[in-house]
Every structure is written in C-alpha cells, then in structure tokens.
Ligand binder design. Structure first.
Ligand code: ADE
Length: 239
C-alpha cells in the first residue's frame, strides 16, 4: 500500500510513523509512506498557503492552489495507482472500523491535513472523502491522519501477524471485546473466572459471547442497535 500525506507540519509524522507495526511494514516493503509539505507547492513568492475569506469572517482559509499542485505532483509520480483522497475535517463523516476496513482494501491513500480556520471550498472538489476522527476540534488534521493510518495499516494481511486478532477486535465484530486474562490465576485476590480454566471450549465461547454482550450493553448500547442479534445472543441477553 502507498500512503501520501499533505501537511504543513511534516515533522509531526517523523516519530510515530517509524515505530511499531507501521515502521516494520515500511521496512518490509509492504507500505510506503510519503509526507509532503504543501507549502513547497505554493506559487506565491512568500510561500503563503492561506488567505482571508471572501465576504469577510474570522480567521484564514487554506488556499486551493498549493494543495492542487501537490496532488498533481503525486499523480505524476504515481500515475498508475487508484487513489482515495481523504480530507481531514471535523465536519466530515465520522471515522470508524468499517472505514478502516475499506481503506485497507485501497492501493493508494492520500490524506490532506488542514490547519487554520478552514478550507477554500474548492479543495473539496479534489477529494473523494471528507473524514472526521471525532466530535472535537484539533489544531490540525495531522493526529487524525495518523489515527486513520494506524487503524488501516494494522488491517493489512501482511502486517498484522495474527490475522484472527484483527477479526475478533472490539468493533470489528460489532461488539466490544470480552474480558481476557493471563497468568497468574490469582492476583491480589482477584481471580481468573473458573470457566476459562476448565478447557471446555463450548462453554468458554458461550461465556466470551455473554461477556462481550454484557460489556457492549453497559458501555455502548448504541452498538447493539446496529448489529443483527443471533438467536444465541438473544438467549444470552435474557439470562
Ligand atoms: N481537524 C481538526 N479537528 C479534526 C477532527 N476532529 N477530525 C479530522 N480533522 C480535524
């Protein structure tokens, strides 16, 4: 997979994108990340990237030209890849696991990170998606882009060692993940549930599903409305 990021703050990506799974995926050649500074594409002799809004109003807007030219340069250097171009915007569609799964199917993702008060509206005509990482306002799109890259790259089959663990993650099943335990069996008088130690896989699976339902019911009841409950789930919910 190829990922391009357009930002005014390339240094923000230096540490985080070199570590852990994302760093390894790049070392192994499964992932190529290019960070570009769209200020370098400004046609203005002072390299300005923002300007006052027509009609007045508070703050500055990002100009369309530097971003357009940066995107053209990416198209020129990767003419053959199918691109998904994502604009980071707190007013965009909320990012979720389903979107990460869609992004993981793509060949080439391009993230545009904004700053300042907003975008010249014509920037939106250059993108395929406008995405928010949550109902809060960040100083810019960089952290949001990193969140989306992280959630996407870990789903690439070559990247996540244990494929099963992505399929059973909280959110990918439509339920939050059930509680899990590792050794010791007792810690400060807190015990591992008996059922997990008896080796009866049918009972264990039933317990895990019940606890996943319980946790989702308590913490995220909204999630139960968006999945189709199986007969087994309905029985467990009534218990
Ligand atoms: N830029 C500023 N806040 C943002 C958010 N919540 N999501 C995406 N981009 C942003």
């Amino acid at each position: 997979m190829k990922i391009d990021v357009l930002t005014l703050f390339p240094k923000m990506f230096e540490g985080p994108m070199g570590e852990s799974m994302i760093g390894k995926a790049q070392e192994n050649g499964h992932l190529e990340i290019n960070i570009s500074n769209f200020r370098d594409y400004s046609a203005n002799k002072h390299h300005t990237v923002d300007d006052y809004p027509y009609g007045g109003g508070a703050g500055m807007l990002l100009k369309v030209q530097p971003i357009y030219d940066n995107l053209q340069s990416i198209k020129k250097s990767s003419p053959d890849t199918k691109k998904r171009v994502v604009l980071l915007d707190p007013a965009g569609t909320p990012f979720n696991q389903k979107m990460a799964e869609d992004f993981a199917q793509e060949e080439h993702l391009v993230f545009i990170c904004g700053h300042y008060e907003g975008y010249d509206e014509r920037i939106r005509s250059l993108v395929t998606d406008e995405v928010s990482i949550g109902d809060y306002v960040l100083t810019g799109g960089e952290l949001g882009a990193m969140v989306m890259i992280d959630a996407t790259v870990r789903l690439l089959p070559e990247v996540l060692g244990n494929e099963l663990s992505a399929k059973t993650d909280s959110h990918s099943t439509g339920l939050l993940e059930h509680p899990q335990y590792t050794r010791p069996a007792v810690f400060n008088e807190m015990e591992v549930p008996e059922v997990l130690k008896n080796g009866n896989h049918k009972l264990i699976e039933r317990w895990q599903l019940k606890e996943a339902l319980r946790r989702t019911w308590i913490r995220r009841p909204d999630m139960l409305e968006s999945i189709e409950l199986t007969d087994e789930m309905n029985t467990l919910l009534k218990e």
